[in-house]
Design a protein around this ligand. Sequence first.
Ligand SMILES: [Zn+2]
Ligand SMILES: [Zn+2]
Length: 136
Amino acid sequence: MADLTGQCLCGSVKYKLTSELLMSGVCHCKNCQRQAGSAFSTIAGVASTGLSFTEGEPKLYEDSDTASGGTVQRFFCGACGSPLYSRVPGNPDVVYLKTGTLDDTGDFVPQFQVWCDSKQNWVELAEGVPAMAKQS
Ligand SMILES: [Zn+2]
Ligand SMILES: [Zn+2]
């Protein structure tokens, strides 16, 4: 499999993935909506060791005001603001990539939908995809 690549909007931060996506999903939490400025975020778990930056370095925002109560580390481009990935407490070996930053999103299929309690009213949950009111 060829390495997947991606970048932020302005291209200051570019990355490649040397390991496969573990699982993909959609997060409807309010904080993802705020950070993305959108209806939800699309994420894919990747082994931390499988994500490397080929250009630039993301900045970190420690997001402690979360529905789960844990502090989520949110990494983003300091120049253009694109969210790139996040890391959740208790699971340091996995990072959650914001899949909209992938160069090729053709393979993205959500396998779970979380925090559906706070999804926006107009959003229809994908049929046949497990949906959880809160976290898994
Ligand atoms: Zn950027
Ligand atoms: Zn979220």
